[in-house]
Design a protein around this ligand. Structure first.
Ligand code: SF4
Length: 298
């Protein structure tokens, strides 16, 4: 998963109005993408352009503490699974977390210490719910699949085997608790499930969001049809992107073809300083989303 921590707004995953270009002459080559690349366009076509088309790419803002937190927790979990199963129960999590702790984006050393303690507590609680003998099919595993439009790949946080089936597990470290609707609507989770089922030749329809701060799991059981709908949605997005890129190649103004989609995400956007539409968005400090609300204790 492309996972983030903190309380930055979730991606909407909403499907913008199709651009309406003639798609009859799609290119021969498949559209190479990850779920996060598609999500970037769905969230805001202008941000997609900054991230994937403009070269040199516009400068990004400073690193976000919630991204550092999310990356640190993900790596610690990955490394926990790299330990022999019979040693997992006794493995000390603090050194594991400290070894790959990402320091960027925090206000100061005090905040970093406080967030480290919080993350360690999440991990200790979460790992207590896991069976150390369980060996996932994949941890931070790249899965890939092709369709008639897409050459899709992405890194799933974890792929479990339960009975004869596979389950996609995605770790969340943000403030908001995940809901079954989040699991159902996640394009990324559905694409991971689609790709994993093909790669491992095993049914994979269940997707789960494991929210470490609350210790909750939000799950959704897809059907083959609902997975296919998400693949169709991904293909539709890819076709829009291909059509838009063609328009630019044919001389249309990229500002028109990749319009900004201002909203709550602007405050958290890496390109806020480049994008005219982001200029009026409230400014967030890089550490804002890991700051505890007043009165909350870690
Ligand atoms: S600042 Fe807002 S409108 Fe501009 S690229 Fe970022 S998300 Fe899109």
């Amino acid at each position: 998963m492309v996972s983030t921590g903190g309380s930055a707004p979730k991606r909407t995953g909403g499907i913008p109005e199709q651009l309406g270009f003639d798609l009859g002459d799609l290119p021969d080559r498949l559209f190479t993408c990850t779920p996060s690349k598609l999500a970037s366009y769905l969230d805001c076509p202008r941000r997609y352009r900054y991230a994937y088309i403009d070269r040199p790419a516009p400068p990004k803002g400073p690193p976000w503490a919630h991204n550092s937190l999310g990356a640190s927790v993900h790596t610690a979990l990955k490394n926990w699974y790299a330990v022999d199963p019979d040693r997992r129960r006794s493995v000390a999590l603090a050194p594991l977390l400290r070894a790959t702790w990402v320091t960027e984006g925090y206000r100061d050393a005090d905040q970093q210490r406080e967030v480290f303690a919080r993350a360690l507590a999440w991990l200790e609680s979460y790992i207590a719910t896991l069976d150390p003998a369980d060996e996932p099919v994949g941890v931070e595993r790249v899965v890939a699949a092709k369709t008639s439009v897409l050459a899709l790949s992405g890194r799933a946080d974890r792929i479990d085997r339960r009975g004869d089936e596979l389950v996609i597990v995605d770790y969340k470290t943000g403030r908001s608790t995940s809901t079954p609707d989040d699991a159902r609507g996640s394009l990324a989770l559905a694409l991971y499930a689609y790709a994993a089922s093909r790669q491992f030749r095993r049914r994979c329809t269940r997707v789960e969001l494991h929210h470490l701060p609350s210790g909750t799991i939000a799950a959704h059981e897809h059907t083959e049809e609902s997975l296919q709908r998400q693949v169709n949605r991904a293909e539709g997005t890819a076709k829009d992107i291909i059509a838009a890129e063609k328009q630019v190649a044919q001389g249309r103004d990229a500002d028109d073809v990749f319009p900004p989609q201002p909203g709550a995400l602007c405050s958290w956007c890496d390109y806020r300083k480049t994008c005219p539409a982001g200029a009026t968005a409230p400014i967030r400090e890089p550490w804002t989303s890991v700051t505890l609300p007043t009165g909350e204790v870690s």
